[in-house]
Write a protein that binds this ligand. Structure first.
Ligand code: ZN
Length: 126
């Protein structure tokens, strides 16, 4: 169990997340994170997340349970990346690390959270 904990994310994945966040603005995008040996190496974008701001995240509810998923990622079309009440409700269903990006989607416009909405330390590695 301990070994499966994500402690880092690959920089190219983070760059991709920020890029997709920007492309989808002013809508939200959402996806799930997969991890290999403690490092987040893959995001799975949810198809068809082109509708309203709120629906991207709601689509996560429709995913089948997948045990390789360590958490979620979604964008906020605002300057705040604190999890909302709805976000926290969802976090419990998918793994243990959740990334939220915010405007302007610069390299530091993201933060990782745990299930309870506490900051989750995630190292960025090249
Ligand atoms: Zn949110």
């Amino acid at each position: 169990m301990g070994r499966k904990r994500a402690y880092a994310i690959k920089r190219e994945i983070l760059d991709l997340i920020l890029e997709v966040s920007k492309e989808n603005f002013p809508n939200e995008f959402a996806g799930v994170l997969r991890c290999e040996k403690g490092i987040i190496t893959e995001i799975m974008l949810l198809p068809g997340t082109i509708s309203g701001e709120r629906s991207a995240l709601l689509r996560l509810h429709m995913l089948p349970i997948d045990y390789t998923v360590v958490g979620t990622v979604h964008s906020h079309p605002t300057e705040y990346n604190n999890p909302s009440g709805a976000d926290l409700g969802l976090f419990g269903k998918f793994g243990y690390v959740h990334i939220i990006t915010k405007v302007p989607y610069k390299p530091d416009s993201w933060k990782a959270w745990d299930l309870d909405g506490n900051p989750y330390p995630l190292e960025v590695i090249d």
